[in-house]
Ligand binder design. Structure first.
Ligand code: SF4
Length: 372
């Protein structure tokens, strides 16, 4: 794999090279006046010739919409599936995490802002990959799961779809971690090729979405309902931002969504924020806040509630919802599967069928660090 952009590449050079490697977008329509309308996300940008949409990576060229970032990655890293706030799908498995650039949101506290906001992305950090190269890399690094993650894989849609199809043929799984600000058509297409979703719901407040993410809430909830209806495994995380969402009103609204529209069996992760991007004035979320959120959710009947962005806590472990036996212990990103959990995800102590899946698959689950 090669870095297609030299350290000296200028923004002009970058644009020129992009135009050589573009791919026609899958979800758009021509408006008949040289303009196109993108149907990938709820913004439905109407884009004039030689202009880009809000996400800055989809461009109208000659009356056609192109995904300019097709096959271009910023990060490719071997991690663990737990990194993605995914605790119930092949726990402990290695993943090949792929990041891109651009985003269809602009969250004030974005923790990936260098890549999500294209104007800050150093061209020298962008690499070009083919679908086959991604699959070969996953195979050679022993990662059974491709994780489409980091900035927001939404804007990388065409490459995700193309690669995910081939990855499945090669025996790999696909994880899609996203803020899920997507059109119904995009969600429908993703549901055909993605094996597990990690969905980030920022808050349950429409005003909050408009003010702090520049998006809107309802499409995120609609997409989540669709995944639930399609019975594809997924878990949800809620970033608890100091001064914004570290309060019972937020926690209760998120919990209400689970109880009223999803299921108490879905994994929920309250994750800690750290100061970043435009939101530097508040400190990192105290562990006590995310633990309070977790306790509230457990009291109200959710079965699998976790905390995130912390190293060691009971809030990282999976317990049997029925007899409270420890089933999976976590320390940092290390996962220790206990013999209290069967390969079918059943608690060996009381016989309760948990929502942990994929343990019957052959994959390396050796933790990077052994417990003393
Ligand atoms: S994906 Fe980008 S171009 Fe398409 S509607 Fe969303 S912001 Fe606009």
């Amino acid at each position: 794999m090669s870095n297609v952009f030299s350290e000296q590449a200028t923004r002009h050079d970058l644009q020129t090279q992009w135009e050589d490697r573009r791919k026609e977008a899958y979800l758009y329509k021509k408006l008949g006046n040289g303009k196109v309308q993108c149907h990938l996300c709820p913004r439905q940008c109407q884009i004039a010739e030689n202009s880009v949409g809000f996400c800055k990576v989809r461009k109208n060229m000659g009356g056609k919409l192109y995904a300019q970032s097709y096959g271009k990655a910023t990060h490719i890293t071997v991690e663990r599936v737990e990194t993605e706030a995914t605790f119930h799908y092949m726990p402990g498995a290695k993943i090949l995490s792929l990041g891109n650039f651009g985003c269809n949101l602009d969250c004030d506290y974005c923790q990936n802002w260098v890549y999500s906001q294209l104007q800050y992305t150093p061209p020298s950090t962008i690499y070009e990959y083919s679908t086959q190269q991604v699959i070969d890399t996953a195979k050679s690094s022993g990662t059974p799961i491709l994780s489409w993650t980091y900035n927001d894989p939404a804007v990388w849609f065409e490459f995700v779809i193309d690669t995910a199809i081939e990855a499945r043929k090669a025996g790999l799984k696909n994880l899609f971690k996203s803020a899920f600000f997507l059109s119904p058509e995009a969600v429908s297409e993703l549901c055909k090729v993605i094996d597990v979703f990690a969905i980030s719901i920022k808050a349950m407040d429409p005003d909050y979405y408009k003010k702090f993410t520049k998006g809107w809430l309802e499409p995120v909830l609609a997409g989540t309902r669709s995944v639930f209806k399609a019975q594809i495994p997924f878990e949800i995380s809620n970033l608890v931002v100091t001064g914004l969402t570290n309060n019972n009103e937020n926690y209760n609204r998120v919990i209400d969504f689970f109880l009223k529209e999803l299921s108490p069996d879905i994994g929920l992760h309250f994750t800690r924020f750290h100061p970043d991007y435009k939101y530097m004035q508040y400190p990192k979320t105290p562990v006590e806040d995310v633990m309070a959120a977790r306790n509230l959710a457990l009291e109200r009947g959710l079965k699998y509630v976790y905390i995130g962005n912390t190293f060691q806590s009971q809030g990282l472990n999976t317990y049997c919802p029925s007899c409270k036996t420890l089933l999976i212990e976590r320390y940092g990103i290390n996962t220790y599967l206990k013999d209290t959990l069967s390969d079918k995800g059943v608690c060996n102590k009381c016989g309760f069928q948990t929502k942990v899946v994929g343990l019957e698959l052959p994959y390396d689950r050796t933790p990077a660090v052994k417990l003393a």
